[in-house]
Design a protein around this ligand. Structure first.
Ligand code: GRF
Length: 202
């Protein structure tokens, strides 16, 4: 099942996908990993796993539209059935999101619809939340607003810091993202009329 993964940083979620497929738990073929940052550690992880890598620097493009078009052309060379955003820190154009509608997933570190955008861990602590977590969702043109596939939550303890909370959330990410991808690649998960559907149930 051909997949392209987009990253901007460490790539620990990419690693979780690689590990799960190496262990035979996830039947995907990661055709390529693309980063908008050449220094992203995730590119090294991909190299180590023998996966094709590309760095496509958004700063080399005149506009968001031009970057997204180049990115689309690059991705489509691999004919993926699923595009996985794994810490890809770029806002995408409507053309891009429409092109991959129903076949692009993102993972966002909050219990959506709460805390869209950045600095989610600190914002959840500052708001005095009792719990926090992570969401996998289909990508639509509105930022972090696509239909949620799967969430996992954790308690916020009284001495929690953004770093300690990020660690707990990351551990959850590495479980729920491979699982969501597995559902999609096995045909159990689809997007129908903007709504994530698992085994026929919204
Ligand atoms: C994760 O926290 C994810 O939820 C967010 O970006 C981070 C990526 O981490 N979208 P990594 O690069 O996979 O380690």
């Amino acid at each position: 099942f051909p997949v392209v993964v987009l990253i901007s940083g460490s790539g620990s979620n990419l690693q979780a996908l690689i590990d799960q497929s190496l262990q035979g738990n996830l039947d995907i073929d990661i055709k390529a990993v693309v980063s908008n940052k050449a220094s992203a550690y995730g590119l090294e992880r991909a190299n180590n796993a023998g996966i094709a890598t590309h760095a496509l620097d958004h700063k080399q493009f005149e506009s968001r539209e031009a970057f997204d078009q180049a990115l689309m052309a690059l991705i489509d060379q691999y004919q993926p059935k699923l595009v996985v955003l794994a810490g890809f820190m770029r806002i995408l154009t409507e053309e891009f999101t429409r092109h991959y509608e129903g076949r692009m997933l993102n993972i966002h570190p909050s219990l959506l619809p709460k805390y869209k955008g950045l600095n989610t861990h600190q914002r959840a602590i500052d708001a005095g939340e009792a719990e926090h977590g992570v969401s996998v969702h289909f990508v639509t043109s509105e930022l972090d607003a696509g239909s949620v596939v799967l969430q996992a939550s954790t308690e916020i303890s009284s001495d929690e810091t953004a770093d300690s909370l990020a660690q707990k959330v990351h551990a959850l990410e590495h479980i729920i993202y491979p699982l969501s991808v597995k559902w999609f690649s096995s045909g159990r998960l689809t997007l129908e009329n903007g709504q994530a559907v698992l085994d026929g149930e919204p």
